[in-house]
Ligand binder design. Sequence first.
Ligand SMILES: Cc1ncc(COP(=O)(O)O)c(C=O)c1O
Length: 507
Amino acid sequence: MAWRYNLARQATAMVRCGVQKYAQPVQQQALLPVSVRNMSTNKTRDIDYQIHSQADLRFHESTGSIVMTKGDGIYVIDEQGNRYIEGMAGLWCTGLGFSEPRLAQAAYDQMMTLPQYHTFGNKAHNKCIDLAEKLVQVMPTCGKSPLNKVYFGSGGGDSNDTAIKIIWNYFNAIGKPEKKKLIGRVRGYHGSTVVTTSIGAQPGMHQPFDCPYGDRFVHTNVPHHYTFGKDGETEEDFATRMADDLEKLILAEGPDTVAAMFAEPLQGAGGVVIPPATYWEKMQTVLEKYNVMLVSDEVITGFARTGNMWGCETYGMRPDLLTCAKQLSSGYLPISAVVVGQHVYDAIADFSQKNGVFGHGYTYSGHPVSAAVALETIQIYEERDIVNSVRALSVPFVNGLTDLLDHPLVGEARGVGLVGVVQLIADKETKKAFHPSVKAGMKVFTACEEHGLIPRVTPPGDRLAFCPPMIITEEEIKDMLGRFRKALDSVEPALRAAQADYEANNE
Ligand SMILES: Cc1ncc(COP(=O)(O)O)c(C=O)c1O
């Protein structure tokens, strides 16, 4: 059936493109599902020509996208004119919302001055120099040595990829070539390149793509106390168990072979897993005992998201390297950075002299237009005292999330700064989860969209994340969480019925 359906859609696509002579007969076009035939041309063209990220591609063909055409503050507006609160700041990106004119102006001015240049060899341009200096000025002081040398990229994944190459290069440089393994965490997310897919561990990202690639990637547990804490186990005891597990892993692999651990201060895409009390202190004691480096992946948590400029400050982490992207330019243009400690830089600089080259480079490293927008973004964060602003807004945000705990569908509701999560639960007493076939998270997500709100479903499929633009007001926070509660109410009977149905047939 699928081939007939595809043939028919391909035919209509060709008609739209004016390729009349290859068009299929009319009766085959009639095979198109009604849902597709009724879609706007944007929707059908999207289905015809574009492969979407992180989607069931066949299912997507039957539903299509919500096509956005405009942004306005914390809202995005679709082609039908529906307004949605972007409860996820796009993809954890648009700290300054969707209509900041100063960022548009910064891009325009740079386009008119020097629209493209590079940083290969002995070339630079003033914007990437200004931005590197600015980034070093706003770096946390909790690094193992001052984080003071910047390498630019275009996205979070390639910055982590670069960080991995720098670490491998570093251990070759200091004469420990066997120290190459990298520790990630279950449900960690560090990007979609081959190595960052391998160091992360998100559902659906490993096995279908033959990752982890090679034998350099190992994973330790997701530190989610609500789900994995044992009966009566405190957060502190749970953190001790997580650190013990990490130590066992390092010993099993051989400490001389383990180079670094990659970690988001809080696991974002893996379900906004806020680390349990004492977690980072205990984990770092183990890492430092075995000379394992720590990379703080601040692609989500950077630039005030957790109520400090950096997530590693919020959780007392002592990174050797730090990566950032997304809010670096408020997501307006692609740009990312790896910032390394002086001890790392010194080793790789000497090594490059020995080899004749630091053999790594991207055409768009420190792209001048992206750099200009990032500089303006940081300037705005500073002018508006974004750290204190997030701290103030965090009070109604986190309280509003906690208030949702009285809802029968809500098991856990937590937040820090302006990032948070609600976990759906079938039975609050026993902490019984909805069966995956109920698709609880997706049903709530769809109901949210119907109520003009975009949150995000995160693993294991029943956690709804919130990470609104940091320009959100207290009133808008109330509105956002009010819409969420209405969505929960509207969908509860359907979730209960689907769960009862599943239990009647399977238990
Ligand atoms: C913590 C973290 N690291 C890395 C990435 C990858 O960033 P990008 O999609 O820009 O490659 C993401 C993306 O969401 C992320 O959340």
